[in-house]
Ligand binder design. Structure first.
Ligand SMILES: *Cc1c(COP(=O)(O)O)cnc(C)c1O
Length: 716
């Protein structure tokens, strides 16, 4: 099917022959984690690159023919172009995965990875938060490791939401429909040259999905889009946006993701050995695997058994709202023609998804996925402990500490999250091939050889860049004429790069306690107003469109930010997403995290910051239980028994700020270098680089689950 791609008309007919490779480059997200490739587009035209939102597809589409022709004869440009294309072709040519020595005779892919969201790049707004970035980083790393995986997800034409703050501080949810033709995605064609459309199995009236593909290095991510003509309007809207609040539509999304995703892979001729469910949203894919085994002659029980050894389920949150539960009457409505195909009756079907302690609550997607996956994991050590407690009811005969839920702590894709200037510095002191060995702690030990002044100057430059970008956003919104002055000032116009800067950016879910650091304003005011050693705090984050308590929290924050008594030292920056996230994790001085333990399953933004020498100040929860080593940041232990946990946690944070962070940061040498602070920066890079990389994570998944499962079936 893919070979038909060559029959496709060129996307950019005005591209000169000498630069024809730019089309392949633009159509593969590999460019997004390769500074050389990004630089190539930027060199073509700085302004156009910026205006396209760093999206080569959009940039090339709109780019004038004369300028392309000129670049095609410019020796300097051509030499850069040839270099990048060589690197790209060499990358794409590698086939052998060093980590997988088991043969897969009958399968094209070892793993099919299903996820409701993917955070890959700002030009593809198919994510809401951490789960999406985890999935995006996961498949990028699989690409780097040549691991034979195929990924399945949704094409959300309306994305998540664009956040804009009204004058009264309330979050408005703007919809910004994606223009498919200018996004780095391509249509998958059928044999007649039309876009491939697949019917979701056993849906009546039928639901259809059109198939798109994103090339993520060597990995193909296939996306389903319900916005096609043959669907009725209600069906067309199924994939409109992420996590719709309407329960029935949500169920229909999960039917499409699970059943439709499995059918799509069949239609693509993509066979795979293992199924990896990234969170319970896609768990219905399990049903299709069981049904498939039954149509090959197995009975229901035997089909389940076979399926179990080849399914991996990753759970991502202990927060109850993160686990979908659907009322039985909705399940009945959509699955009454499904269960006869499994040779089971209604009640048996319902039993597949009941929560043992809440059997009447409905069909629980996590309980279902837990039961029917042979390998289950949480995303940090601490999260595994919490998950075992949460799901012990499924294994009533097993003591809590032996409930079969393992863990693989999340990690971040190093080439995506290391800032290019920081990367250059690493190239200089860690060796040019350090990225090939970035999961080896010995590589990062060389950080000690980086001169303090060079690391500090690089960091300071990134901080200036962050603050410039924030001010420019404020200025643009001001120039738009639709926002009052105080909202603009609250947006960061007063930020000062010489001031100790704390960053806090995350979804405004209440358990994340965004306002914890503002618990004692009088105490903070002293620091905001301190003439010699001031601090400032930059906030960002979206509330879920249906989460009014989250939006109220955000409104309170905006009102504080524009209160003159706080001296302009608090900023709230609109529309936290991949791009702003990059600026923030590179440019602040301290990354703050204040979840209510044990509700943060892992957290990854702190890893992105630490990788760039921004130390972490956090409650001990999620990854910080493993990450903190006494030298690489600051940890706050939460006390279960405390009557007012918020103020006791806040008090500990203030003490750390006052006694450790502020004095350390402002203790500069005569030449303006805070040497002791730089020590903490280095410790944070050293401990984080190898241990919390996506490479370490993917290797662990392969070793703990994928390889074990393969060995088991090869023995059978
Ligand atoms: C990494 C990332 C997240 C997830 O980080 P948490 O620490 O889990 O909150 C969310 N949003 C963006 C834009 C990110 O880059």
């Amino acid at each position: 099917m893919e070979s038909l791609k060559s029959m496709r008309p060129p996307l950019f007919p005005h591209l000169p022959e000498r630069l024809s490779g730019l089309e392949d480059l633009a159509e593969n997200l590999w460019w997004s984690w390769n500074p050389g490739a990004r630089m190539l587009f930027k060199t073509l035209d700085r302004q156009a690159w910026k205006e396209s939102g760093h999206n080569p597809d959009k940039m090339l589409r709109d780019f004038p023919r004369e300028l392309l022709e000129k670049a095609g004869t410019d020796a300097g440009f051509i030499s850069k172009y040839d270099d990048v294309m060589d690197t790209f072709h060499n990358y794409m040519k590698q086939k052998k995965c060093r980590l997988l020595d088991k043969a897969l005779p009958d399968y094209k892919f070892a793993v099919a990875y299903f996820s409701a969201e993917y955070g890959l790049h700002r030009s593809l707004p198919f994510y809401a938060g951490g789960l999406g970035f985890l999935a995006g980083d996961y498949i990028k790393e699989c690409s780097d490791l040549c691991f034979p995986l195929v990924a399945v997800g949704f094409m959300y034409p309306e994305g998540y939401l664009r956040q804009q703050i009204r004058d009264d501080g309330w979050q408005e949810n703007l919809v910004e429909p994606i223009y498919r033709e200018a996004a780095p995605i391509s249509k998958v064609m059928d044999k007649d040259g039309n876009q491939l459309v697949v019917k979701v199995p056993l849906t009546d009236p039928p639901i259809y999905v059109a198939v798109w593909k994103v090339a993520v290095g060597r990995i193909s991510l296939y996306l389903m889009d319900t916005d096609v003509d043959i669907n009725d309007p209600w069906n067309r809207g199924i994939s409109a946006r992420l996590y719709t609040g309407d329960l029935e539509q949500r169920l229909r999304q999960e039917i499409v993701l699970g059943l439709g995703g499995a059918e799509m892979l069949r239609a693509l001729g993509v066979n795979h050995y293992l199924l990896h469910l990234n969170e319970g949203h896609a768990a219905f894919a399990l049903l299709e695997r069981i049904r498939g085994a039954m149509s090959a002659g197995k009975g229901f029980a035997a089909a389940c058994e076979k399926n179990i050894n080849t399914t991996i389920f990753t759970t991502h949150t202990p927060v109850p709202a993160g686990h979908d539960v659907f009322p039985f009457q909705l399940i009945e409505k959509y699955f009454n023609s499904y269960w006869p195909n499994l040779d089971i009756d209604r009640d048996t079907f319902f039993q597949l998804g009941i929560h043992p302690e809440k059997p009447d609550a409905g069909f629980n997607m996590t309980a279902f996925a837990m039961r029917f996956s042979g390998y289950r994991n949480a995303v940090s050590k601490r999260h595994a402990e919490v998950s075992r407690k949460m799901w012990q009811g499924l294994w009533p005969d097993v003591p809590e500490d032996q409930v079969p839920i393992d863990y693989v702590t999340n990690g971040v894709h190093v080439p995506t999250w290391i800032e290019p200037k920081m990367e250059l510095l690493m190239n200089k002191y860690l060796g040019v091939d350090w990225q090939d060995k970035h999961d080896d702690p010995a590589t990062w030990a060389l950080i000690d050889s980086v001169p303090d002044n060079e690391l500090w100057q690089t960091h300071y430059w990134l901080k200036v860049k962050l603050i410039d970008a924030i001010r420019e956003r404020s200025r643009l919104r001001w120039a738009n004429g639709d926002a009052g002055a105080s909202i603009m000032l609250a947006g960061g116009a007063f930020l000062d790069p010489s001031v100790l800067t704390i960053g806090f950016a995350r979804r405004f879910a209440t358990y994340k306690r965004a306002l914890l650091i503002l618990n004692d304003l009088e105490r903070l005011k002293k620091h905001f107003k301190d003439r010699w050693r001031p601090i400032q705090i930059i906030f960002a984050g979206k509330a879920h469109p249906a989460d009014d308590p989250g939006k109220r929290l955000l409104q309170d924050l905006i009102n504080l930010a524009r209160n003159p008594q706080l001296g302009g030292r608090i900023a709230f920056v609109e529309d936290y997403g991949e791009q702003l996230g990059q600026y923030l994790v590179h440019g602040v001085d301290v990354w703050l995290n204040t979840p209510l333990p044990p509700l943060e399953a892992c957290g990854t933004s702190g890893m992105k910051a630490a990788l760039n020498g921004v130390p972490h100040l956090s409650l001990v929860d999620g990854w910080w239980g493993e990450g903190f080593n006494g030298k690489n940041g600051w940890a706050v232990e939460h006390e279960e028994t405390s009557d007012s946990p918020d103020s006791s946690d806040a008090d500990k944070i203030y003490r750390i700020l006052e006694e450790e962070i502020i004095p350390l940061y402002y203790k500069m040498s005569n030449s303006g270098i805070p040497h002791d602070w730089v020590k903490v920066m280095k410790a944070s890079m050293k401990s984080n680089g190898a241990g919390f990389s996506a490479r370490r994570m993917v290797r662990e998944y392969i070793e703990k689950f994928y390889s074990r499962s393969l060995e088991r079936s090869l023995k059978e």
